[in-house]
Design a protein around this ligand. Structure first.
Ligand code: GLA
Length: 388
């Protein structure tokens, strides 16, 4: 059975004196293909063993009651006044309800408790895990008939429209579709995908959490999207084209048409799209040295061309480069903080975590956190035999 929060179930029973339905959905890693989902390329994510649990039951009234264990806060609203709720964590849930309503579905009022153990602001998509747990749960319980692809899209729309972050589809897709011990290569244009066994031989993946989250993350994210869009518009002579209309070997011809910044962004995207392809092949051939080089290449591009890294993440990747037993390392997720992902020989992992922890503390005065990656199941219902 996948992990879930027993505490959330118990809290629900204590608060509402009934038996809830329990759903959960994971946070995610991304092996490679960063800032590529909204650029119509390919990405290689997977869900992890950290997730949000969402327990709920319809209550026969007009008022929704939702309690967050993480925030220790309860909010209540009706379908008449939910627009006035400004509590940040609640917006992820209300955003999902709002999207279902916009599609003409009926959502009866319910009581709910949620708890998540995906670290917040760490680039591991705690928000997508919450949105997907809610979307999957409501869809299943109220028989709303959405497919998994549609649920990922609906959860993304909730974040775009209600929370206001113009994110791509990767996080929600990973949360909904993850399969134990696999990564998948997702075509962000057609939303078709292929699972790859994540068998890393003597190597393993370790996340190092910088525990910083610079406040420009969201605004710079939206700026990167606009920079890419304006570059594509120029390259298409006023008509918006797709990255798939461009060729990496024609990159130099694009230079004169673009500003230096736009050129760098386009160069990064074309190179990263190619790296995803190569990474999938390297994984299949178990060529981990190659995979590691691609991870370092991705970081370099994110640092210098796409400019979404920060000094804390660069420090961690530089440390990894010097550490014997690491094949590759890069920042992961939107950037400006959060985690690096490190491909490392399993027997060296303890030493790495220990030494990086000391070096990082000495430099930044922050004790980083480490998470060995375990790839978990996508959104699901938890079947428990509960007694009143
Ligand atoms: C955030 C967004 C994703 C994706 C990544 C960068 O996690 O939510 O859609 O763009 O950044 O790869």
């Amino acid at each position: 059975m996948p992990n879930y929060s027993l505490q959330a179930v118990e809290e629900f029973q204590t608060r509402f004196h009934t038996i809830p339905h329990i759903y959960r959905s994971p946070g995610r890693i991304n092996l490679i293909g960063e800032h590529i989902d909204y650029n119509n390329g390919w990405v290689m994510p997977a869900g992890i063993d950290k997730e949000t649990t969402f327990c709920f039951l319809e209550n026969g009234t007009e008022t929704f009651h939702i309690y967050s264990i993480n925030q220790q806060e309860e909010i209540s609203f009706t379908l008449e006044n939910y627009n006035s709720i400004t509590t940040t964590w609640a917006k992820f849930i209300i955003g999902v309800i709002d999207e279902f309503l916009k599609k003409g579905k009926t959502i009866p009022a319910f009581d709910a408790v949620l708890e998540g153990n995906v670290p917040f602001g760490s680039g591991l998509s705690s928000s997508a895990s919450l949105e997907c747990a809610v979307a999957f749960g409501l869809n299943d319980r109220f028989q709303l008939d959405f497919s998994r692809v549609e649920l990922a899209q609906l959860a993304q729309a909730a974040e775009n429209n209600y929370v206001g972050v113009n994110c791509g589809i990767m996080d929600q897709f990973a949360s909904v579709f993850s399969k134990e011990n696999h990564v998948f290569k997702l075509d962000c244009d057609s939303l078709t995908f292929e699972y790859f066994p994540c068998d890393l031989g003597q190597y393993t993946l370790i996340l190092a959490n910088s525990l910083v989250h610079h406040s420009l993350a969201d605004s710079e994210y939206n700026t990167r999207r606009m920079e890419c869009e304006s570059a594509l518009l120029k390259l298409g002579n006023g008509k918006k084209i797709n990255f798939r209309d461009l060729q990496k070997n024609e990159l130099e011809q694009y230079r004169k048409l673009l500003s230096p910044i736009e050129f760098n962004r386009i160069q990064f995207v074309l190179e990263e799209i190619e790296r995803v392809d190569e990474a999938a092949k390297a994984l299949q051939k178990q060529d981990f040295e190659k995979l590691g080089k691609l991870l370092y290449g991705s970081h370099e591009g994110l640092q210098h061309l796409y400019e979404v890294s920060c000094k804390e993440l660069d420090f961690m990747v530089d440390f990894a480069r010097e550490f014997d037993g690491i094949l590759g390392s890069r920042m992961m997720g939107g950037g400006f903080g959060g985690c690096t992902i490190n491909l490392i020989e399993e027997t060296k992992a303890e030493k790495f975590m220990d030494q990086l922890s000391q070096a990082y503390q000495a430099r930044f005065g922050i004790k980083p956190e480490f998470y060995p990656v375990k790839i978990g199941e996508g959104s699901s219902k938890v079947q428990l035999e509960l007694k009143e």
